[in-house]
Structure formats: structure tokens, C-alpha cells
Write a protein of this length. Sequence first.
Lengths: 331, 266
Amino acid sequence: MAKLRRSMFFTLAILALIFTALISISLGAVKIPLEEIIAVFTGSGGGTNRTIIFNLRLPRVLASALVGLGLSVVGTFFQGLLRNPMADPYVLGISSGAAFGATLAIILGLGLFGLSFAAFVSSLLVVFFVYIISRSGRKISMNTMLLAGIAISAFISALISLLMLLNHEEFNRIIFWTMGGFNITSWNTIAFSAPIILIGSSIMYVFSRDLNVILTGEETAEHLGVNTELVKRIILILGSLVTATCVSIGGIIGFVGLIIPHISRLVVGPDNRILLPFSGLVGATFLIFADTLARFLLRPTEIPIGIITASFGGPFFLYLLIRNKRNKEGM
Amino acid sequence: MSLLKVENLYFSYGKNKVLKGIDFTVYENKMVGIIGGNGSGKSTLLKNISGYLKPDSGSIFIKERNLGDFSIKEKARYIGYVPQEMPYDFEFSSYDVVMMGRMPFLKRFEQEGEEDEKIVREAMEITNTWKFKDKSINALSGGERQRVYIARALAQQAQILLMDEPVSHLDIRYQVEILSLVKELTLKGILVIVVLHDINLASQFCDEIFIMKEGRIMAAGSPKRVLKADKIKAAFDLDVELIHNPVSHIPYVVPTLKKMREFKVI
């Protein structure tokens, strides 16, 4: 029975993903009807539509799907690992690190590739720094990591503000980048990011049963034969790598890595072996949907995708808090 | 053959020396109770035996094999650990939690099979937890939850069961229920080492008692032999009177009431 329900949820999630992707490809300055899309994919479609789909819309849909999947999977893992429902992929300072690198790149006038690269490298540097701080002997304290991440984020945000103040002619570009978007995706970005995100997520998935046990306490996990320090290290490294990749292609897209794991947990339960792939699917769908809205709502102007995800994520988060409060009061 | 042997064990948290030369050997399956004041090293000793903490010096042998030679997974096939009762923030069902006890026996990509399901069911029936197998672990009462954790240790097929104050937060009925269950397990061939706060519970249920003070085992032996007013005074810095229990013939420890003027209240 449970298995049947599970496969039903997965079927629905995959259908939703395909459906959303098709809609996203169809909508835009030029509307392409469904028959045309199918024709193009089967190789018989017309030239213009073909160009629009393969050069503009498909890379965008794929990029947002990849980023949505990556952020949701990492969010699920970090929430489990840090045993904190507020955790998301950015909690260890990745977002501020990326924003700092991007700000520097914009000020220095580096090109698009330079910008992505700077964001990628500086976010990893920040996580590495947080990791070094939180290590004592052979054990890493997750609480220290969380606090160090918050502290360093605040510090770097101050630096970014200062840089923006000193270079206010670049103010708009910096702000725009930090709110995220897929308006500059190309096949190159996908060729670079897809392997990291997909392989990283798959390797993390291998440790989903271990994460189940870690959820019941690190010490308990060790007593059940889980090498917790090794698992923590692998997940932190891969999670940071995947997040840095996501940020470097889409900017800092908030709330996806926070709310998608929560919604998915409400639907399929806490077992990470099921939760992770489900969360990835839902995240991919959600971000394609958000990107479509971002392109569509204020046509021809594009809204930064961070605004869309946060305007969905903020209220939802409040709902979670209120529900949580009710549950506690009810007891 | 000794089941568990601890030899000249030293352990410190940084500069703080917690265990200062622990020595003991257990030859048969029984219930060993560890009592002692706060900070005397009881839990630290337990975590050294479980292999979670690495001793500074000295060794631990399980069935005459050095614990240092065990892999983390191997250790988990011998030693089960039941933590203090505490609330958790996750929604796994009791069945899922007990199934986690099969982790040490599964290969990385191996799914739980019929054999595992059979073992889990048995463990849950022994602990009388099968009836709420589908309930979330959060929805259980403290005593029920503790029984689920014992079931998990049974699913682990542990031969040594370590329990760190398993009943401190439970009411008297659950305290007796849990300790009776554990006592029964020793008859099924499990060595139980349990840290207890309550001296009288320890004396009622344990075959052997270790009194710890400042990182050493100050006294060890049967409750009758070990529970003496002078020893308890030394370990807890507390004056006690021993009352003979006419039914069990085990000494019952009652603290001597302090006189009012010692507190300078009036």
C-alpha cells in the first residue's frame, strides 16, 4: 500500500515536471503550440521555432531544472545533517561567498564567464573557511558550523555593501545578480554544471540511509555502525560543490532549498531514500515554473527569479511556523 | 573466556582527565549497574566501551579481541547503545527506527530483506512494541519510546547492551517496566551495563554494582557487598542509613536528613 502510494507520488511528480517544462518552452515572446514543440523534438519542426527552442528556451528550462534539483537535494541533506529545519544550501555562507565573488567580478569588469567562475570559487573558499573553524580534532561540530556560517555571512554582506557604496554605478547589476535569474544561460553553462550537479547529487544519494540514522542523533548513528564523520565530510563537500555550481549559473535563488524539502517531507515522509529523489523532482518543477513566471508576468521586462521564489517561499514559511506553533500549543 | 575486559583505561576531554585507570572483567551475561556522583565518569566510561570515544591509553577487549581492531560496522554488531530518553524532532515510525538496527548487517546498496523483517518483528514482540509499529516515534510516551530503542538494540543482535541513564526521565512504573525487561534480556544471553542514578533501583535489578568516583571504580561487587554506608558517603558525600528489606534482603538506602540548622535558613 505504502509502495503504491509512493509510486503514485513519483508518477505525478514526473508528469508535473514534463508538463511544466512543456509549458515553459511554449510560452514567451513567440508562443509555440504544443504540436510544434513535439514536431521539433521529433525532428520535423520548422526552422524558426527550432532555433528558439534549442538556442533559447530549452537551455533555460534545463538550467532552471538542474538548479532547482541541486538546491532541493542539498537543502534536504543539510537540514538532515544539521538537524535544523531552518537550514538551506546557503546556510554555511555559500551565498554570501558567491555574492562577494560576483560583486568583485562585476566591479572589475570581468565577463560573464569570469563572473560565474568568481562566484563559484569564492563560495567554495568561504565554506572551506567555515569548515576549518568548526573542526576540532577529527570531529566537526555542526552547531559551530551553523553559527560560523551565519557570522561570516554577516561580515561578507557588510563588505559587499561597502563595495556597492564605493561603486554605485554597478549597484543595479550587483543587485540583479544576487536576486538570481537564467536570462544568460547557454549550452556551455549546462555542459559545465550538469555533470557536477547530477553526479554530486547521485553520490550524496548513496548516503541517504546513513542520513536517516544521523537524523536520530550523531552518537546513535555511530553506535549503529555509521561512520558519521566520513558521511558528514562527504555531504558537506559535495553539497557545497553542487550549491556553488547552482549559484554560479543562476545567482542566489532563495527559498527553493528551504521550502521544497519541507513540502516534500510533508508528502512522502522523512525517509531520505525516497525524500531525496522526490525533493529533487519537485525542486526542478518548481524552479521551471518560477522561471516561466519570471519571464512572463511583466513581459517584456524580466523579473529576477529570486523575487518569485521568495514571494512564494516567505508566506509558506510563515505558514510552517504558525502550523508548528499550533502543534506545540495543541500538546 | 571473558565477555568484556577493560584494562587500565585512561581518558580525558582536552586537559580534563575523566577516567583515571579503569580495570574490570566480566565473564558472564548479567546486569551490571554503574552508580556514582555527577562527573564521576560513568557516561564517559560507557562511551569508551562502545567505541564512540577513543581512550588515551589502556585497552578494551570484547570476547578477548581488542576493540581498537573492530571497524565501526563490526562494533555495531556486538554493542547496542540505548541513549537517555529524550524527545526527537523527526517523524520516523517505530518500525523504521527498529529497522535501523539492521544497518550494521547491510551492504551499502543492499535492501532490507525478509530475514531482517523477521528479526525486527521478533525484537518488537519481545519488547512489546509491535502494536505501535506504525506510530511515529514522536507520538509515543517516554517509556514506549525507550522500549523502541531497546528493540533497535535487539535488532542489532547486540551481545553487549549499554544504557546511559535509560530511566531517569520516566515515572516509577516505566522505570520498573524497562529495567525488568532488560533484566530478562540478560537471561537470554546479553550482557547489560547500565548507568543509573537511583541507587535503590540499581540494587534491586543489578547483579553487580560498580561505584565510580573521580574517574575510578571505587568499589565493585554484588549489591549486598558494595552498598555500605561508608562507601556511599565516600562516593556521593552524603550520609545514608541502610535499611534491611525483609522481602528481598537487599539493603535499601535512605539519605540521613540534615538538621535544619545546617542550612542556616532560620
